[in-house]
Write a protein that binds this ligand. Structure first.
Ligand SMILES: C[S@@+](CC[C@H](N)C(=O)[O-])C[C@H]1O[C@@H](n2cnc3c(N)ncnc32)[C@H](O)[C@@H]1O
Length: 265
């Protein structure tokens, strides 16, 4: 029997909802706003991180759909629908684009219809699945995506919730194995290498008070996930510095979140 909440726990802050709060959205609860405010106080640049991450998503999609000709995307760790979701950007360039979204947060599932507003020529699908189970994701995604043709695998802000680095590497490897040459993998990931002590303390607070637990990773660890792939210029950089558009020289600030796009040769 349903308890009417759809499995949404409003007593503990959840990442998808706090991320939505930092992005200025309304799909969150008091517990999320409270935890989000404490993190923001400890680590003020978190709001810049969230915005820079979304802006990176847009630039990467415009590159992949606009310049590389990609028409299929597997977006794992989608987050709550916001403006410029993956299908809106990709189908804005090529209406026939197909997008499979994957998240394991019950509130994202409840809002998934916001992610399913495909153009008639394309398709969008939502999978309620765990990033740690790439085999299940790939099986279900095959109903929408053609794995004989290149796919853009989007892993933005999600590998950081797979705490074991070897497991995260296996997840990336399984996804890369499943897509053909000419596919791309885009990753954003928090790091302490650009954020210092404040970020470490904010993450420790998060891990004691919110869910799911998170970890930061180094440039070298991220490079390890992408071994054997060709990194697009400028490589692994603060995501705000990945091919920024329309800003004056000197106006782009570093954020403690790496961004990278890699091509499967
Ligand atoms: C920081 S948000 C990033 C959202 C979006 N990709 C972006 O860049 O704006 C991380 C998302 O990953 C989801 N997530 C966390 N752990 C996950 C897991 N094991 N499997 C699937 N999704 C997960 C969360 O529910 C949340 O929606």
């Amino acid at each position: 029997m349903s308890d009417g909440t759809g499995g949404v726990d409003t007593t503990v802050a959840h990442n998808a909802r706090v991320w939505n709060h930092w992005l200025g959205g309304k799909d969150n609860y008091a517990v999320d706003r409270e935890a989000g405010a404490v993190v923001q106080e400890m680590f003020p640049s978190i709001v810049e991180v969230a915005r820079a991450d979304r802006a990176f998503l847009g630039r990467v999609l415009r590159h992949l759909a606009g310049h590389e000709g990609l028409r299929q995307f597997l977006d794992i760790g989608t987050g709550l629908p916001t403006s410029s979701n993956t299908h809106e950007v990709a189908q804005g360039i090529a209406p026939e684009s197909r997008i499979v979204y994957v998240d394991n947060d019950p509130l994202v599932l409840a809002h998934a219809r916001g992610l399913l507003t495909s153009t008639p020529a394309g398709r969008t699908e939502y999978l309620d699945a765990d990033a740690r189970d790439p085999a299940a994701i790939l099986r279900a995604a095959a109903g929408t995506l053609d794995f004989e043709r290149p796919v853009g695998v989007m892993l933005l802000g999600v590998l950081n919730f797979i705490l074991d680095t070897d497991e995260a590497a296996r997840v990336v490897a399984a996804l890369v194995d499943a897509v053909p040459s000419g596919s791309f993998v885009a990753v954003t990931h928090p790091t302490l290498e650009l954020g210092g002590e404040a970020n470490a303390k904010a993450m420790a607070f998060w891990n004691e008070n919110a869910t799911p637990p998170i970890t930061a990773r180094s440039h070298a660890e991220l490079a390890g996930f992408l071994e054997g792939l060709e990194l697009l210029e400028p490589g692994i950089v603060p995501c705000s510095r990945w091919r920024p558009d329309g800003v004056e020289v000197g106006a782009v600030a570093d954020v403690p979140q790496f961004g990278v796009v890699a091509r499967k040769p």
